[in-house]
Design a protein. Structure first.
Length: 366
């Protein structure tokens, strides 16, 4: 089967033929219909993702059709439409059994982040060399072998080239608003960075009932989309400009919720400085490891909260069906998030577009 492989950072991906094993117990082979390309894939190519160690099949925003189920798979059959979630819980550790699924740090989940199965191995190889699938997904490929716990069955009527976005960008963005910040009705929010994830933070804050949503981005095209998806105010910023001053010119006391969705630590500080006393800031972006967020300690002292956000606190079995219902009821727009659809051979074009900031999501259709 063909897959887009990262052999080393800073180099284009190579589409090549990999060997794939049959699914082991509890595993499922998915024929990928569509995979979004997220900035976290680009962070991996740029050598800034600590869990993405080459050789690696990139992609972690996939949807497809179940091709084959391994022994012990009880919830899926061949032909089911599925979304591959970003991380699946192990289901058996104390945290999972207590219902605290997002805090599962069992060996199974840790292996999963590095693209390994619970036995520490991968089911993909190239000429005898094991190749890991990014986050246990590796969706920039024709096929993926995934643990059943990482798959969520969806209504077959939902187009897979839209459903795939629920693998990462949509769940992370919506979850940042609903699960992490717990945005309250009538509140005021600011979102710094309106790309594939940030536009979903905007949609999440709108769904939660925020009545004022301030979108900030360097690109007018992103702000136009933000406005279509629920932003009430759009602030076009220049790189390096003080975003907190621009936001506070609109909301003098600061906003109830501020989100950084770029992955740049000075912007985390700017978002934090935009929040009011008692307000909440969520760092959704993934800055490079080792970088430091600088905040004035007295501003934290005044009852402000700064929160992290791994995958939007997403519990796949709860959050992906919730997202699909919002899509089907018209409260969540997925169509506007996909600008370009390309075959696997052209996968590197998706990264060029992401670097230039031209598109929200390019969807690759293997
Ligand atoms: N927390 C998580 O689990 C999680 C999940 C997915 C993605 N991420 C991270 O979220 C970040 C965003 O991902 P994405 O896929 O939306 O990326 P993206 O490239 O689609 O969007 C980034 C946006 O930020 C804007 N931007 C760039 N510089 C800016 C500046 N100085 N001020 C304001 N806006 C600016 C760009 O124009 C673009 O619209 C990345 O760091 C990604 O790795 C985190
Ligand atoms: Zn992602
Ligand atoms: Zn667990």
């Amino acid at each position: 089967m063909r897959a887009a492989v990262m052999h080393e950072p800073h180099k284009p991906l190579v589409v090549e033929e990999l060997e794939i094993e049959s699914p082991h117990t509890g595993e499922v082979v998915v024929r990928i219909a569509a995979s979004g390309v997220c900035r976290s894939d680009l962070h991996a190519i740029e050598g800034e993702s600590p869990v993405s160690i080459p050789p690696l099949v990139l992609g972690h925003e996939g949807a497809g059709i179940v091709e084959e189920v391994g022994p012990g798979v009880t919830g899926l059959v061949r032909g089911d439409a599925v979304v591959i979630a970003l991380y699946g819980p192990c289901g058996t550790c104390n945290d999972c059994r207590a219902g605290d699924i997002t805090n599962c740090w069992s060996e199974t989940r840790t292996h999963n982040m590095y693209g390994r199965m619970p036995d520490g191995a991968t089911r993909l190889s190239l000429g005898g060399t094991p190749i890991a699938p990014m986050c246990g997904s590796g969706s920039l490929a024709e096929l993926s072998v995934v643990r059943e716990a990482q798959l969520v069955k969806i209504d077959p009527d939902i187009p897979l080239d839209l459903a795939c976005l629920a693998g990462c960008g949509v769940t992370t963005g919506i979850g940042a608003a609903l699960n992490i910040a717990k945005v309250e009705p009538g509140s005021v929010a600011a979102v710094v960075g309106c790309g594939g994830v940030g536009l979903n933070v905007i949609q999440g804050t709108r769904i939660a009932g925020a009545t004022r949503i301030i979108a900030c981005d360097t690109q007018q095209t992103k702000l136009d989309l933000a406005s279509d998806l629920g932003a009430t105010d759009c602030v076009r910023v220049e790189p390096g400009e003080s975003i907190s001053e621009r936001i506070k010119a609109l909301v003098p006391g600061g906003v109830d919720y501020a989100f950084e969705v770029v992955g740049h630590t000075p912007l985390v500080s700017e978002a934090f400085d935009s929040a009011r006393t008692g307000g909440t800031t969520v760092m959704v972006g993934a800055p490079p490891p080792g970088t430091q967020v600088t905040i004035d300690s007295r501003t934290l002292f005044s009852d402000r909260k700064l929160l992290g956000c791994l995958g939007g606190g997403n519990i796949p079995a709860r959050d992906i069906p919730r997202i699909m219902r919002h899509y089907q009821q018209g409260t969540l727009n997925l169509e506007k998030l996909v600008e370009t659809r390309i075959p696997l051979e052209r996968v590197n074009e998706a990264f060029d577009a992401l670097r230039k900031g031209e598109t929200v999501r390019t969807v690759v259709q293997p």
